[in-house]
Write a protein that binds this ligand. Structure first.
Ligand code: GTP
Ligand code: MG
Ligand code: ZN
Length: 303
């Protein structure tokens, strides 16, 4: 061994488990957890990223390279700058609950994001024990629209340990992430799926809002294979830089009617001879989803 290489005690491939400020917790290929600094310009590393690392005899191990990603879920920080939340996601599990009440616009934006990521999507309605007391008729109608467009939906109660096994079945050994508002029970679901792991769960305030208990995305290995990323709750989930094609493909129920509008560049808004609007009027497309589509379109045109 030369003097130079004796300083380098080990190196290899690994995956980012979580981030603490400028440092990262990584898992090596041997399954060991290692705290690392990140070298060079690796500020965009996120939970789930595959990386190369090097251990030094003195000082911290360091991440030296990020391997190519399949996709990355991003979210604006408090300054409005897009920051990566997690990378290499196969399944986006959007968690909603009956208290806090569902934000359907947010769910629509997550469906668009899933499409953009080329990830599958699963809607988990948590706190099913509160459904009979907290679900309004309007909320039930909104939910029924998602079922009508073929969105996979599971009703679960993390606190009552109901429906949890079905989530595991849906993950199928892949990498899934739970996303959604604060207080809907993302960490409670993660804790049920990972009974041997200490996962912090918060409370909700008197007005039914979450308290932002989870502060950074963390990847956990599921006992029967696959991984689950728990992520911090969001107040809103925007789609910075979305173009019209992304918006349109995020509404998969439009697909059978696309190409039938009079104008090839129809935005399904004010144009005459619009096949989508005709289908909505004829009851062939869900009206609440369409109304929110128009809001998203207005947002996009105002960007
Ligand atoms: N009634 C009821 N309460 C639940 C259920 N699942 C979770 N909760 C409660 O919801 C509250 C928030 O749960 P968390 O798991 O911390 O929610 P979270 O989505 O991880 O929240 P953030 O980390 O802040 O984003 C806790 O008080 C849980 O006990 C459920 O199935 N039924
Ligand atoms: Mg949490
Ligand atoms: Zn149209």
């Amino acid at each position: 061994m030369t003097e130079n290489t004796s300083q380098l005690i080990s190196s290899g491939a690994g995956q980012v488990i979580t981030r603490f400020g400028a440092d990262f917790l990584i898992e090596t290929e041997q399954g060991e957890l290692l705290r690392c600094t990140a070298r060079r310009k690796l500020d965009n590393l996120a939970c789930g990223d595959r990386i190369q690392w090097e251990g030094q005899a003195q000082g911290n191990a360091a991440v030296t390279a990020m391997l190519p990603r399949r996709n990355v879920l991003e979210r604006p920080d408090f300054r409005g700058r897009l920051r990566p939340v997690a990378a290499n996601i196969d399944l986006l599990i959007v968690v909603t609950s009956w208290q806090p009440a569902p934000l359907w616009e947010m769910l629509d934006r997550y469906l668009i994001a899933a499409n953009r990521l080329r990830a599958d999507v699963l809607l988990v309605m948590n706190k099913s024990d509160l459904r009979s007391t907290h679900a309004s008729a309007e909320a039930e109608a909104c939910l029924a629209e998602y079922a009508s467009i073929g969105c996979p939906i599971l009703h679960v109660s993390a606190d009552q340990q109901q429906g949890i096994a079905a989530i595991l079945t849906a993950i199928q050994g892949r990498t899934a992430i739970v996303v959604g508002q604060s207080g809907v029970g993302k960490s409670s679901i993660a804790a049920q799926l990972l009974p041997d792991t200490d996962i912090r769960v918060g409370t909700i305030s008197d007005n039914g809002e979450g308290r932002h208990t989870t502060t950074s995305a963390t990847l956990y290995r599921l006992p029967l294979g696959g991984s689950l990323i728990d992520s911090p709750g969001v107040r809103d989930f925007g789609l910075t830089g979305m173009d019209f094609a992304t918006l349109e493909t995020g509404f998969p129920e439009f697909r059978p009617f696309l190409g039938e509008c009079r104008f090839h560049n129809c935005t399904h808004n004010h144009e005459p001879g619009c096949a989508i609007k005709t289908a909505v009027k004829a009851g062939q497309l869900p009206p609440r989803r369409f109304a929110r589509y128009l809001n998203l379109l207005a947002d996009l045109q105002g960007q």
